[in-house]
Design a protein around this ligand. Sequence first.
Ligand SMILES: Nc1nc2c(ncn2[C@@H]2O[C@H](COP(=O)(O)OP(=O)(O)OP(=O)(O)O)[C@@H](O)[C@H]2O)c(=O)[nH]1
Ligand SMILES: [Mg+2]
Length: 463
Amino acid sequence: MIIREGDTITAIATAPGESGIGIVRISGPEAKRIAARAFRAVSGKPLEELPGRRMNYGHIYNPDSGEIIDEVLVATMKAPHTYTREDVVEIHCHGGNAAVRKILEIIVDLGARVAEPGEFTKRAFINGRLDLSQAEAVMDIIHSKSEMGLKTAVSQLEGRLSRYLDEIKDKLLSVMAGVEASIDFPEHDIEEQTREVLLMDTRQAEDMVERLLSTSSGGRIVREGLKTAIIGKPNVGKSSLLNALLRENRAIVTEVPGTTRDVIEEYINLKGIPLRLMDTAGIRETDDLVESIGVEKTREYMENADLVLLMLDAARPLSQDDRKILDIIKDKRAIVLINKTDLEIKLNVEEITKKYHEWPVIHMSLIKDMGLDVLEDTIYNLVFSDGITSGDAVMVTRVRHADCLRRAKRSLEDAIKAMGNGLPIDLVSIDIKAALEALGEITGDNITEDIVDRIFEDFCIGK
Ligand SMILES: Nc1nc2c(ncn2[C@@H]2O[C@H](COP(=O)(O)OP(=O)(O)OP(=O)(O)O)[C@@H](O)[C@H]2O)c(=O)[nH]1
Ligand SMILES: [Mg+2]
């Protein structure tokens, strides 16, 4: 994606579909002039003479035929105090597909170019209004699936992550200055005292990187959801559990074993934590082709899951199929659910608890609506023990950021080792510089164009 200077871009900023209003946004030097040619205010004044940052009531016309397209409100915002730091015009028309599309078409005919996904935000980044981590936060806000995800993304947009990184970078810059001062005067070898101070500062910076890195597994869960797979042999009540947690009849439930063939995936919001819940095909030896494909898929999902909910039938003794499943999931983090406790109990729970004592065991009866709240509390506590805080602390939510932090950490470790071994100080400076560069990639201080393009490609149209 190349930004051509003088380019004016436009896009529909609202989601497709029927709705009260729809918004067409224009950004760039020609934004106001283009909008003015399609807009007639009811007051009769040209758009150029109307005050900015106010809703001006009027109509969008087809400039060729003079035909009215829609009744609208138009706001103009002058650079640089706008989202993109360019002149911006927003046309608020009626929602649905027809009006917004036609208005977009007219704006394009008048000289604007259709924006690429994320191009408005990319301009905000290039024009220095947002750093890269803040631009990513914009996308995370749009995609956030829970209150906690939203809170973390907003705090990142407000610049909390950037400020924390700035603190580390400042520390490293002062180490750099100390190191370079001693390189400039090679005749005075670096004094022991100075070396000590530089070492201490580098260690502190490394601690800060480490602290941030330790939030990354919790941060990923906050952003993407905790991948939770419901696993068990057929007919134990897995789909019933999905429906109960969702509080709607999403999956088909029948008394026929092998009802669920494909993996059903839904997001639920568990006290603010997003859960990516997967109902899977019951695992058993089977000759049925479709079912065996489903079972294979279940294994795949189970391997990638952050948490496995293993469901067993209280009314049946542990079977060969159950034992096989237990063996497959033995290294996973799991919660054992004993369902159907309303029936006569034939399952020997001790056989499981003895061997897998670290897994919580919950007795439930989905038919009687029992045990669900215990399960919700257990999952919640498990996730919180992962170092997820209530969204008030700085957190790393993206794999990209965690990768940069890991690189920074390695360079700092090398620097500390070099300092400790009394290696020449200019070698230390190479490591500190590498750490600074890795940290700078998070906020986009020094980053190649194709990385920037890749990041913005994932954005939605109109943002
Ligand atoms: N008695 C009793 N029956 C239950 C309970 N929970 C679910 N069932 C019944 O068990 C049967 C199977 O439930 P499902 O939720 O379809 O089971 P599943 O594990 O998804 O089954 P598959 O998709 O075939 O693997 C249905 O007839 C449910 O009504 C319970 O707590 N007690
Ligand atoms: Mg099912």
